[in-house]
Structures are given as C-alpha cells and as structure tokens.
Design a protein around this ligand. Structure first.
Ligand code: ADP
Length: 571
C-alpha cells in the first residue's frame, strides 16, 4: 500500500498488478484467494475491480472463460500456486478449446526455493503449456506491467484463447515507488501488441459471392466465433437480403431468433444433407458439425469458411476461406451483394423444402410437448420452462445448460431470441460448467436474469457454488432435472450385476430423491421441490419475479431419458 507522499511513496507488487489490470480495463476477476495472492485480490477491489470469490478454482475458471465469451474481453482467473493452478487448468483448457479470451494469473513459490520442495511448488509454466496461446513468468516487479498487458492482449486478439501469467511469491513481495510504477505502466502501455489478422482480398470476396449466387441450395451456418465478433446485425443483413436459410450451432442460437422464418434448425438434417454451398461463419467443422463430411453433408458441398484463424482454414481445406473478423468480413460481403442484389424468395424450391420440413417437425414436436406427462419426462417440464422464459420477454434471460438428456432436449425445445444468451457444455462437452457460467453471466449482464437448466449430475460438479450465488445475491434460478443419476435409473443388464460389489449402487446412480433444493436453503437462498406442472409453474413464476438465487428441484422419472443422451454411439 502507498506510504508517505505520492510519487516517492512505495507500493508493493500486488498493487502494481492491480493497477496494470485496472489500466487495461479489467473490471472483474474470478478466483480463490490464499497464499500468496490474497493481497492481490484485495488491492484489485480497492481499485474498483469486482472480485468474485469462489469455493473452487475449477468453477472460477469456467466463470472467467464464459465471462470472456459474453463480454469479448478476457475473463481473469486468480489462483494460488500448485494445486490452485492445477484446479484452474479446467477453466484454462475449457477456454482454449472453446476459443474464449481468458487469462489465468497464479501465484507460485519463491524463486529461491524452486527445486527444494517448497510449499505448493510446481513448474506452472510447464503445466499450463498445452492449454495456452501465450504464457509468461514475471521474474521481477519491473516486468509486471508488460506481462499483464501481454497476457490480456494475446488472450483477446487473433483467435481468442487462454493465456497464463505466473507471479512468484518473492516478486509479489517486491516494492517500488509510485513514480517508478507509473513510468513502467506508461512504457508498457506504449508497447502493447495486438495480434494482427490478415484482411480478406477483393478477389476472394468476389469468388465467394459468385459461388453463393450460383448456389441452388445455399445455407448459412454460424457459431460462437460470430457471437464473439458481435456479427448479429451483419448476419441478419446477409440472411434477409439473400433469403438464404440459416442454421446456428448450439451457442450460435439467438444471433438470429430461433423463431425467424428462415431458421432451418428444425430441418437440420435436410439443410446440411442437401445444401450445395455452406457459408460457415465462426464455427469449426468439428464433431458438432459432423466434420463437414458425408454422410451428414453431401460429398459435393462447397464450404465457404469465415474464420479469424488462418490455421483453421488451412486445416479444413474448404472450397474458399475468408480469413478475418466475422463482423468485418460480412460487412464487406453484404456491401458487395447490395451493389448487385439477389434474393431466393419464399417460392424458391429450396426455401419451400426447408420451410415445409420445419413446419412438419415443429408440429410433431409440439404434439409431444403438449402432453402432460407425470411423473415428469424431459419434455413436459421443458415446455413449461420454455413458456415461462418466453413470458419474460426482453431482455431475454441468459440460459445455462448442461447434462446429457437435459441439455439435448433443452437445445431443441428452449427458444433463443437474443445473441449470446446460451451457454452450454460447448466444444469440449464440459460437464461441471453450470454454476461458474451462471455467476459469469449474472455479473457480465446484470440486466438479465440467468436461468440454468441442469441435469442432476452436471449440477453436482459445481453445486457448492450456490453459496456464491447467495453471497453475491445474483439473480440466478437453477433448475435441476433430478432423475437420480448420470442418465437416470440403473439400466444395467441383470447379467452385469455380479461380483463382490454387486449390491453397491450402479456407477450411474445417486441417492434417489436427493433434496438439492435444501442445499441453497442452507445459505439463505430459496429452494423448491416440484413434481407436477402446477408446482413447476408456480415455482418459476415466483423465482423469476423475485430475481434472487433459487434452486428448483424437479423430480423426473428415472427411466425417462436415454443412456448417453444423443451420444450413445460413443459410449
Ligand atoms: P461452434 O461451437 O459454435 O461451432 P467453434 O467454437 O467450433 O464454434 O468455432 C468458433 C470459431 O470462430 C473458431 O474457429 C475461431 O477461430 C473463430 N472465431 C473466433 N473469433 C472470431 C471472430 N471475431 N471472427 C471470426 N471468427 C472467429
């Protein structure tokens, strides 16, 4: 802390780190304090940075990564050394795989004691290596401003991702004068370096437009990259000017409303199976998009990929690659199309085929959803939740979803109408993200309610963080689909139930009827136990209007879901 007069006053490294973070525009941090970083968190708070203190670095890391995605600015995770850093790797790796801007800062052991078995000693730079774009160890207080700006800049520019800053405890204890600190901050700010992204050539734009114009069955696909680029207006322009149907990836949902007349989500198999040109904006042709390969896609489909990362385009070898920020590239495309417009129109055979299929599938699904099944299957409560969410209007809540059946069914039934309002298990299928994501969403978008629809297994990974919800009084309603286990009831064949531990519960099962709603009540939050449509409706009405932390424990028939949800072929 400052002593004597400004300029010659001494400040410690904790304050210098906080100053650098504040100077770089960081407004929130997530983490778990302890040796040697407690003062760092306290100093950050004194400078107006909100520090959200978690129980576990894993959840705090997931929160930081989701915060990065929702705001487009790196989410910052603070951890202690050794095991704290290892727990934080969950968040850092999740950020890397999802391409979300995230910075982990960990304290580490005293540099003079490395190799001697110091308290929580670990080679943390080596540990983070597989999961970061960039990492650096600050070996001296003078390096701090440069290091802080570098990790933030690398995380947020080019293809976003995870970065790591290691600060040994002896460095955290170093001091300098305020005058020296300000000079270091000024100099480091001048040296900031944002990764440059190539801009797409006119030639490639012209080729793309020609392919789109000639296409008989074009499709626009967009994903998290388009969401992070905040390209929703440009996508809307492209879709509406050309009349091309669109398909969002799970987290692309909401960039255009699911209810849009050109949404092909309910005709997904037809759209991807028959399209001849697919313009893919900020989405990788990975497992979520069936690798862009037959049999799901036609073997002759021409992919036009728009991605900020040149390496992604080199990897997929599409018909055409447009490297650049999605918003900027789409702006150029839209401008060129506007100069010589075309539009497929409702009577175009491709549009008719898609809209007919959408109507058929929606009406079949609505028939299923209309049934009042008690004990609850997945569809009946999901429909009630969908209607309650739609009833909230705008600003729409941010939806957090994880679990096998719960997430699969929720993705088809719940409706997204606004950009960046869906967070789910993502590219890595990460379970355990739930409460971290809820907390990130609540602090990143304080005007929105957050609604989590979670399987009981997914919820269990981070359930202790309901205390964090209550402590910060965040407007989060967590709905737990409680079917008593991973995938629900015991589905083993009788011949598999043998051996000395055959009387143990099945590996997939939890305590039946677990009272998850009481967990939040232990901390002063509101819990509900529901098993009928009326009970669920009443709990939703009350908790949505209260905008206070709540858990709704929904009793689901343990045999309602399928093992592994829609991924059974991989189990
Ligand atoms: P989804 O899960 O929605 O399919 P992915 O995470 O697979 O999306 O893909 C996101 C892609 O978006 C990544 O390849 C990433 O490089 C890219 N990306 C990230 N930011 C931008 C941006 N600003 N503009 C264009 N592409 C981006």
């Amino acid at each position: 802390m400052a002593e004597s007069t400004p300029n010659t006053a001494t400040i410690d490294c904790n304050l210098l780190v906080a100053k650098a973070l504040a100077r770089a525009g960081v407004t929130h941090m997530f983490g778990v304090v302890g040796i040697p970083v407690t003062s760092l968190a306290t100093r950050a708070v004194t400078l107006g940075i909100r520090f959200i203190a978690f129980h576990n670095e894993q959840s705090a890391g997931y929160a930081a990564s989701a915060y990065g995605y929702l705001t487009g600015r790196p989410g910052v995770l603070l951890t202690v050394s050794g095991p704290g850093c290892v727990h934080g790797l969950a968040g850092l790796s999740n950020a890397a795989v999802n391409c979300w801007p995230t910075v982990m800062i960990s304290g580490s052991c005293d540099q003079n004691d490395v190799g001697k078995g110091d308290f929580q000693e670990l080679d943390q730079i080596a540990a983070v290596k597989p999961f970061v774009k960039f990492s650096v160890k600050a070996k001296d207080i003078n390096e701090i401003p440069n290091c802080v700006f570098s990790v933030l800049d690398h995380a947020g520019s080019g293809r976003p991702g995870g970065c790591y800053l290691d600060i040994p405890s002896d460095v955290l204890h170093q001091t300098l004068t305020e005058l020296e600190a300000n000079k270091l901050l000024d100099d480091a700010e001048k040296n900031r370096c944002i990764e440059s992204v190539k801009s797409v050539s006119n030639d490639v734009i012209a080729k793309a437009i020609s392919a789109i114009r000639k296409a008989e069955r074009p499709l626009i696909v967009f994903g998290k990259g388009a969401a992070i680029a905040r390209a929703e207006n440009e996508i809307k322009d492209l879709v509406e000017k050309t009349g091309i149907p669109f398909l969002p990836t799970p987290m692309g949902k909401g960039l255009l409303p699911d209810t849009h007349e050109l949404a092909a989500t309910a005709a997904r198999s037809l759209a991807i199976g028959k399209c001849d040109v697919a313009i893919v904006v900020g989405a990788r042709l990975n497992w979520l998009l069936h690798f862009g390969e037959p049999p799901k896609w036609s073997k002759d489909v021409k992919f036009i990929l728009i991605d900020v990362d040149e390496g992604e385009i080199e990897l997929r070898k599409p018909y055409l690659g447009l490297v650049g920020d999605a918003k900027k590239v789409l702006k150029v495309l839209n401008k060129e199309i506007k100069d010589d417009p075309f539009c497929l129109g409702r009577t175009h055979p491709w549009i008719e085929a898609i809209t007919t299929k959408v109507k058929e599938n929606v009406s079949r699904m609505e028939g299923q959803l209309a049934k009042e099944v008690v004990p609850f299957n997945f569809l009946t409560p999901m429909r009630i939740i969908r209607d309650a969410i739609i009833g909230l209007g705008t600003p729409a809540p941010i939806l957090v979803s994880e679990g096998a059946n719960t997430m699969d069914v929720g993705r088809s039934v719940l409706v997204q109408t606004e950009p960046r309002t869906r967070l789910d298990a993502g590219t890595w299928g990460t379970m355990g993200v739930g409460l971290g994501y809820c907390i990130a969403a609540a602090v990143a978008s304080p005007d929105r309610l957050v609604v989590a629809v979670e399987g009981d297994s997914g919820f269990g990974f981070s359930a202790m963080e309901v205390e964090t919800l209550v402590r910060y009084q965040l407007p989060v309603v967590v709905i737990v689909f409680n079917n008593g286990g991973v995938y629900g009831g015991d589905r083993r064949n009788p011949e598999d139930i043998t051996g000395p531990y055959k009387d143990d519960p099945a590996p997939t099962s939890f305590v039946p009827g677990a009272a998850y709603h009481l967990l939040i009540e232990a901390f002063g939050g509101k819990g509900y136990l529901v098993g009928t449509p009326d009970e669920l409706k009443s709990a939703l009405t009350e908790s949505f209007s209260a905008r206070k932390p709540a858990v709704i424990n929904v009793t689901i028939d343990p045999y309602a879901g399928a093992e592994s949800g829609r991924m059974q072929h991989k189990n």
